[in-house]
Design a protein around this ligand. Structure first.
Ligand code: SME
Length: 160
């Protein structure tokens, strides 16, 4: 059992989460296993989330990967919804009000805001990391930067 409370002692916020994530994934490089751990870690360490998980790029669409939260739609074409937009543009999508995002795909009607980070390794789109919140404007710019850093730690720690 890994004692995450010992990782990153003296740090706080995303610096602490980064140190804890590095400790959590150390010693294992399996991509699916690390993705599952990462989604559980985020879901339980961040407040006010109702969904946290992955969609992986398969051809011209995204396919559901490991996640925490309610059951979700399985396939999302590139360019559709917040996740498909992040995949097609390779740009993080930070949506303060999903009801105002044309084409948002409502997997859980409780979702009000969303942050989707594209996962790019060696120039290749691996998939996206998707976080949903029942609170409008849950994700700040600092959250975006922090989550993008956590996503980089996950990619560096995993064979993709
Ligand atoms: N809301 C997403 C779909 C995925 S679920 O939120 C888990 C979207 O619009 O792409």
């Amino acid at each position: 059992m890994i004692d995450l409370s010992q990782a990153g002692r003296g740090l706080d916020g995303y610096a602490l989460l980064s140190a804890q994530l590095q400790a959590l994934l150390a010693g294992e490089r399996d991509f699916i296993s690390n993705a599952a751990q990462f989604s559980a870690f985020i879901f339980h360490e961040l407040t006010d989330l109702n969904w946290a998980g992955f969609y992986f790029a398969r051809g011209e669409e995204l396919v559901l990967g490991p996640f925490q939260g309610k059951v979700a739609c399985v396939r999302i074409p590139f360019g559709r919804g917040v996740c498909g937009t992040a995949a097609a543009s390779r740009q993080t999508q930070r949506v303060e009000d999903v009801h105002a995002f044309a084409g948002h795909i409502a997997c859980d009607s409780a979702s009000r805001s969303e942050l989707v980070v594209p996962l790019i390794h060696d120039g290749r789109l691996i998939g996206v990391l998707d976080l949903d919140s029942p609170i409008a404007a849950r994700f700040s710019e600092a959250d975006q930067t922090g989550i993008e850093t956590l996503a980089q730690i996950f990619l560096a720690a995993s064979d993709c």
